[in-house]
Structures are given as structure tokens and as C-alpha cells.
Design a protein. Sequence first.
Length: 321
Amino acid sequence: MAIARAERLVNLVLCLLSTRQYLTAERIRAIVPGYHEAPTDEAFFRMFERDKSELRDLGVPLETGRQSNVEGAEDGYRIARRDYELGDIDLEPDEAAAVALAARLWDSPQLTGAVHGALIKLRAAGVDVDQDAPAAVEPKVRANEPAFPPLLQAVQAGQAVTFDYRKPPPGGQKARTVEPWGVVAWRGKWYLVGWDRDRDDTRCFRLSRIVGTVKPVGKSGAFKVPEGTDLMSLIARTEVDPHHTAPAKIWVAKDRAQGLRRHAKIVEERDGGDVVEIDLKFPDSAAKWLAGFGPDVVVLEPEVLQKSVRDRLQGALEGAR
């Protein structure tokens, strides 16, 4: 499977940033994912030269030098962390919110895998890795949906896509052709926001409801996102009414799950614990929250929420095994 150029550049930066040594071009070729796809030495060196030029154009301080303690050493490359790292940055509240939103994307498994894999290969090759460099990133918002990578690529390319979309019952499944404006996380779920050509209007699509393969349509750069578009506001207006609540009845172990108890009302004592009632504003995302309490919480009603929590706990148990 081919590695995208952007991912290869990320791997290259991580490689050169995580070592104190000067790495030769051949060493980099063996370590950095993406370069092994070059069919010939000439193709590799052309690829490597383009990547070096792009990094320098982006302001990455790429150093060239040789190992002083190795006789006959070849020219190598590295990135000095002192020159690469930023100083203290003071952000305004709105700027901090924008950075936090961007961090959700970088915490996706697609990019986490590139980071982790690059450092593992670096260490396996015997390179002196700076122990202060991050070895892995724990995702805050997971992007496990198969539609995530092709949609993200289509957004970056400005290219329309087509896919089958399953609406909630009794909506059924229909093909959609969309000009993708952005892929964003909202309340623990990923959404595509864009212009629906079939309905000639703005639409939001939950990635978990996209069925099958996302296919590109037409040329890249075929459209532009309207100026001033607020993707999060569009999602908030089209999703569940925030004032709608769904009641649930839950058994809670004695003196446990205080985070749940603060929002609930005790209706009876049962089996060494309390049965509580709580109004859930977002029933779809409540299952993850409730499953986090483990055996201290058992959903009694509604049945749909009970099954959703049980499935999450079963999945966690199988993963642990």
C-alpha cells in the first residue's frame, strides 16, 4: 500500500528530529516508511531531494554534516531540536480552542500509527533516539471509520466524492455525491460537512453511517469552501436537539459512580445499591460514558441503551484478552 507524500514527510521529520546522529541518505531510506517504494536508487534520490526542499521551504531547520568520530563518514542529515522547537506561546481563548480542535485530528489512529511506526523502526535500526521525544500518542477522539482517510484526502484535494449513506430508520440507504468542506469531531463522533449535489444544499453526514467505499468524483480543486463557513455550527444545528432528553433507569453500586449520581435521582434501593433515574440529553453518546463506570453501573432501561453499554463492555473485555 502506497504511503502518501504528506505522511512520508511526517515520518522523515520524526526520524531526523529523534536522533542526535547525522543519518546518511541510505540509512534514511532503510528507516523511513515510504522510501522503500522507490523502484531504483535514482528514483529514491529524486524523491529525497524533493522532500528536503519542501521541508526547507516549510522552515524546517534541516542540518547537513558528518559524524566526527567516524573516519570516512558520508554526509548525513538531522534536525536540531533546539532550532526546531517553539518557544513559549500565549494563546487567546479562541485561539486555544482552535488548536484543541486541530489536535483531535492529529490524535487519529491514521497519524498516530505514522508517529509510532517511525520511532519503532528508528530504534530497531540502532539509531540513538532522544528519549524525550514522544514515542506514541493516545487518541482522544478515535477515527476508526473506514471513510475517514479518503474523506480527509478529498477535503485536502478539493475533490467531490460519492458514497452510500444509511439514514436512521426508516430512512433507508441512498447514494450521495458531496463536495466535502471538512471532517470534524463533534460530541465524540466524526462528521463530514459539505455541499450535497443531489439535494443542492448543505448537509452533514455521520461517518459511522457511510456504507461501503468512498469514491472520488471529477478533478481536484473543483470547488472551494464558502468563505466564513462554520462547520461546527452547521453540525450543531442539524444534529439532535440539545433540549431533547431521554429518561433512563440505572442501578448504581453503593457509594460508587459519584459522577453519575450527581445528575441522577434515587428512586429505590435494590441489591446492595440504588436504582436511579437520569435524563440523558445525548443518548447516543451516553453509552460510552456509562460503560466507563464498569461493574458499578448497570442500565435497566431503556433496552437500546442497555445493549449498547453491554456491547462496549464486551468489546473491551475481548480486547483485553
